[in-house]
Design a protein around this ligand. Structure first.
Ligand SMILES: [Zn+2]
Length: 81
């Protein structure tokens, strides 16, 4: 019995065209421009959008939690007196 040739992807899903410094092909699925979300022409913009969203979420979380934390801090101080 001959071993079957390894079929990597029967449905030719587009793969990122980016090559790493060691020459390895990026494994992420590509968008229509041929690159993934990290390596596209607008990769910086994509990253910044994600980072901005994360920063906004953190700030929003802090804004929501801040009064609760202050109340908690005051309650603890009050209890210790
Ligand atoms: Zn990539």
């Amino acid at each position: 019995m001959e071993p079957h040739p390894t079929i990597q992807s029967p449905i030719a899903a587009p793969q990122c065209l980016h090559l790493s410094r060691s020459g390895q092909r990026c494994q992420r699925p590509a968008f229509e421009d041929g690159f993934c979300e990290l390596h596209g022409r607008d990769a910086v913009w994509r990253f910044n959008t994600a980072a901005r969203r994360r920063l906004f979420a953190v700030l929003l979380g802090a804004a929501i939690l801040w009064p609760i934390l202050v109340d908690l801090y005051r309650a603890i101080r009050h209890l210790r007196h």
